[in-house]
Design a protein around this ligand. Structure first.
Ligand SMILES: [Zn+2]
Length: 389
């Protein structure tokens, strides 16, 4: 998951999904935040950020309130007290998980097995990320949650547990069910889910659901016009589509890096299209030298993984656009500046090829998650793509 490096200073800086955020703030102000809550929404919608802001609002020593003209009271947080500041240190979750995993690698084999990755920014706040390498929430993590849930909060009003993903091992899910059945009064459990359907129905039925939707393109364009007036309108329009409804992603979007990654992704696609046409006897031989020259640049150094991730992301968006063209919905295209190229590629690449390519991308991703990057070769990936079905 992508996580922010710093948090919004208040709820008004959390972009989009206003009514969902307001209803949660109202619930906190009234002391009615559900004990078990699923926060769902696409990647980049701000689930983790919002979970931390809600946690701060519950735990803040000063408990500031916004009073609205309609009489509604909304909970806020001060951002400066000992509880707020400690909770805010969990903003850079990705880095902290990486550090915890690295520390575990240093342990003896016997201790490694029993050490679960947990992030604890505050004595009463525990964050459970999916545990690498399988990237599932494990039984040991949930056991720790249950054990701690039965103690009264030490320094803040409540104990809050945030599960940053919905994918759990079966035993972990079953174990979590028990605490969801009858959560202690002083406990809140927040589960972040890209797709709540991944959770056991029995877990879903015991949790309240708050949904963060992707923002519509028009809203993203307005947001960008407001916050990034320095970016030319044509580019803003492109960014609004490429960031897939995630406000945070749109504001931080680096179009230059994306365009460079996309240019490389297009080499894969053009090469595959040429190979397919050559295979069917029409068209010229594909130009592999351009392809190999490009993949060559992905081997060097520690930046390799980041660069590969950018490439795969751009590649996925191009594949989605090709599917949109083939399904006759060009108005939903994201790479709107490439319409002519995409039309040509959609002509050359059949539907089942695109499906296979999506599958190959998933495989490279999951290999990268297991830190197998060194054993992966983009040339092999290219070879897969160039093989006719
Ligand atoms: Zn505070």
């Amino acid at each position: 998951m992508t996580t922010p490096t710093s948090l919004p200073a208040d709820f008004n800086e959390f972009l989009g999904n206003t009514s969902t955020v307001e209803s949660l703030r109202t619930a906190i102000a009234a002391g009615r935040l559900p004990h078990s809550l699923i926060l769902s929404g696409p990647a980049g919608a701000g689930k983790y950020t919002l979970a931390l802001l809600l946690t701060m609002a519950v735990e803040c020593e000063r408990q500031p309130r916004d009073l609205w003209s309609n009489g509604q009271t909304l909970a806020g947080f001060c951002g400066h007290c000992a509880n707020c500041t400690r909770i805010a240190t969990a903003a850079n979750l990705g880095e902290q998980v990486a550090a915890a995993v690295a520390a575990r690698e240093e342990l003896r084999e016997t201790d490694k097995k029993d050490t679960r990755v947990l992030i604890q920014p505050h004595p009463d706040v525990l964050i459970l990320p999916p545990d690498p390498p399988q990237l599932l929430i494990k039984l040991g993590q949930v056991r720790t949650l249950i054990q701690r849930a039965h103690y009264l909060p030490a320094e803040a009003p409540r104990r809050i547990f945030i599960l940053t993903a919905a994918n759990m091992m079966k035993e972990a899910a079953n174990s979590l069910l028990k605490i969801l059945e009858e959560p202690p009064d002083t406990v809140h459990i927040i589960i972040l889910a890209e797709n709540p359907g991944e959770l056991l129905p029995t877990i879903r039925s015991r949790c309240a659901l708050a949904r963060l939707g992707a923002l519509p393109v028009e809203e993203m364009e307005m947001l960008l016009a407001d916050r990034r007036p320095d970016v030319p309108p044509k580019q803003r329009s492109l960014i609004a589509r490429l960031s897939q409804g995630a406000a945070g992603r749109a504001l931080a979007f680096d179009l230059e890096t994306y365009t460079a990654a996309r240019a490389d992704a297009l080499i894969f696609l053009r090469n595959a299209a040429a190979a397919l046409q050559a295979g069917s006897g029409s068209g010229a031989e594909p130009d592999n030298s351009t392809l190999f020259k490009m993949t060559e640049t992905y081997r060097a150094g520690a930046d390799g993984q980041q660069k590969t991730t950018e490439l795969l992301r751009a590649f996925s968006l191009l594949l989605e656009d090709l599917l949109l063209l083939e399904s006759g919905t060009p108005e939903l295209l994201r790479n709107i500046d490439l319409r002519a190229d995409l039309d040509r590629l959609a002509e050359a690449l059949p539907f089942d090829w695109i499906e296979r390519a999506s599958h190959s991308v998933d495989q490279v991703y999951s290999g990268m998650r297991r830190n197998l990057l060194r054993s992966l070769s983009l040339d092999a990936f290219a070879g897969q793509l160039a093989t006719p079905a």
